[in-house]
Design a protein around this ligand. Structure first.
Ligand code: ADP
Ligand code: MG
Length: 224
């Protein structure tokens, strides 16, 4: 089960990844955009971490809804409302439960991606964040790591595409040959999620090792 702290760790890991890759995201947004994707997301996710620490919502759904609202209110570019909608919609799907299953996480993110497609009017193949998000959430049916890998492959696959949505579409054929910045940042978000899951699951495995060890010592004590 995943609690509010898990989702807060995801947002913190996403913020760290955005900080690490901000220059690259902005560079990708230079030839086919206005060179602000890295700084947009850095501003947004820095605010997300700050707001989470200030409010510390107690439910997974509330964590994601607050993160979504924060992105919408702090990011001026197209990516702010789009990522904000992804997280708000996913948070709404998770409702008010204190803990949620991985299946609920998958369904929530699936709904979130659907809301992004509706808001932006884009579909896979248009050279946007959806080229990473759609295969990414499909990969969640296998595992969080499979989702991250599918998203990364989806981002790489935007290189030969011609943009049909967003600023890059103004360039027409000249948008071909460049990786989409939003698809790239989407892959970072799903990689951050997989990393947080790995860390959480290692903790669970450690805890069960401790339980196994104490079971074993219990047996020894009874036998001796
Ligand atoms: P802006 O384009 O306003 O400068 P950003 O640079 O922060 O905003 O984000 C650009 C990214 O947003 C693009 O690389 C693309 O992935 C994504 N994007 C733009 N328009 C759309 C849309 N209609 N649907 C989905 N994603 C979009
Ligand atoms: Mg831009």
């Amino acid at each position: 089960m995943r609690d509010a702290e898990f989702f807060r760790r995801w947002m913190a890991a996403a913020a760290a990844a955005v900080e690490r890759e901000a220059d690259r995201l902005t560079e990708l947004d230079s030839p086919i955009g206005d060179a602000d994707h890295g700084s947009n997301l850095l501003r947004g996710f820095t605010a997300v971490v700050r707001e989470q620490e200030a409010e510390r919502p107690e439910q997974p759904g509330a964590v994601l809804q607050l993160a979504g609202r924060t992105l919408i209110s702090t990011v001026g570019g197209a990516s702010g409302p789009l990522y904000g909608t992804l997280l708000r919609r996913a948070g709404k799907e998770l409702g008010t439960a204190a803990e949620v299953t991985d299946e609920q996480v998958r369904e929530a993110l699936y709904a979130g991606v659907g809301a992004v497609a509706k808001l932006g009017g884009a579909a896979p193949g248009d050279k946007t964040m959806l080229d990473s998000l759609v295969p990414g959430v499909s990969g969640l049916a296998t595992s969080y790591r499979a989702a991250a890998e599918a998203a990364e492959n989806g981002a790489l696959a935007t290189v030969p595409m011609q943009a049909r949505k967003g600023r890059a579409s103004y360039l027409g054929e000249r948008s071909i040959g460049h990786q989409d910045p939003g698809a790239t940042s989407s892959a970072l978000l799903l990689a951050a999620l997989a990393d947080v899951v790995d860390a959480a699951d290692v903790d669970v495995a450690d805890a069960s090792d401790v339980a196994d060890a104490s079971d074993a010592s219990g047996v020894t004590e009874e036998e001796s």
